[in-house]
Design a binder for this molecule. Sequence first.
Ligand SMILES: Nc1ncnc2c1ncn2[C@@H]1O[C@H](COP(=O)(O)OP(=O)(O)OP(=O)(O)O)[C@@H](O)[C@H]1O
Ligand SMILES: O=c1ccn([C@@H]2O[C@H](COP(=O)(O)O)[C@@H](O)[C@H]2O)c(=O)[nH]1
Length: 315
Amino acid sequence: MTVIDTVKAAFSSDKHHQSTTSTSTTTTSTPTPTTATTPAPPTQPNPAGAAPPTPISPDADMSSKGTPALSDKPVFDAEKITVIFVLGGPGAGKGTQCDRLVKDYGFKHLSAGDLLRAEQTRPGSTYGAMIKEYITEGKIVPMEVTIKLLENAMSDTLSSPPSAPGWESSHGRFLIDGFPRKMDQALKFDAAVCQSSFVLFISTTEAVMLERLLERGKTSGRDDDNRESITKRFRTFIETSMPVVDYYRKRGNVVEIDSSPPVDVVYDKVRVEIDQRLGLLPGAGSRTSTTNTTTDTTSTATGGIAPPLLEKPVV
Ligand SMILES: Nc1ncnc2c1ncn2[C@@H]1O[C@H](COP(=O)(O)OP(=O)(O)OP(=O)(O)O)[C@@H](O)[C@H]1O
Ligand SMILES: O=c1ccn([C@@H]2O[C@H](COP(=O)(O)O)[C@@H](O)[C@H]2O)c(=O)[nH]1
């Protein structure tokens, strides 16, 4: 039996791991994933004005079945905290565009893959071996682990917010890169961590992605930047992650950008969309896209994603 088989069995038999009480408190006796950064003290008030943050400690916050416990209501207030999901196939250029957005808009960039890789190599991690196997196989790590890592990283960031636009008065703005990759993650993150705002979908062809990944693999040191893992990642993306994009697309909450052109050209298009969504353009009253986007002005009632930023500017 592989690590994945063992973990799958454990996680699938843990459908009711969450607290049944109406509060977001959780048990504090066994390990939980933590970020690689210095954790915030458990007693620190949540600067986003929401419920107190989950304690960030390797020895906190596990369900009775040994999986990280998630809140039964959003930990962060979506009126103050803006979350943009950045999705796209492996190697499409998500991280590259996020790096630029961080510089220009003060976003905090959280890559789910980076958080998982950090947890994988963190000494003493309960999940290290399991994460390694999932990543090498191009599979999606059980959602509890990834969501808890993201929640912890958000708490961490809000404990010492960047001096950047969008972070005044307990507000904040996050780019969550490479997540959600599976429907259960999407629904759970919105319900337990923070209602997301919209999806920035960075898309190009498999041939372009393959070429970029093989080139990146010469220096990246990543276990999965090799032809065999890349093939598996592509399959997972089509079968498991595209339904997430389609789900949000149906709700009119996807901004799609073709990432085939050079980085600067792609970024120019990304900026137009972000400016529009953040309400920074003079003509921002219209949500009609100037690029290859999919938007819907009537979509939020069915839930899943918060109103576009235009309706709650954070600057
Ligand atoms: N528009 C572009 N044109 C040419 N090369 C690009 C472009 N965007 C990104 N790249 C290059 O392609 C590679 C993959 O980009 P990046 O790491 O941003 O992708 P990603 O979508 O974050 O990948 P992953 O999902 O695997 O983490 C990098 O080497 C990057 O420099
Ligand atoms: O939500 C997620 C995000 C990522 N993974 C795993 O990590 C690797 C690498 O992700 P990148 O975004 O390319 O850095 C991915 O193939 C998955 O195995 C995950 O399980 N869940």
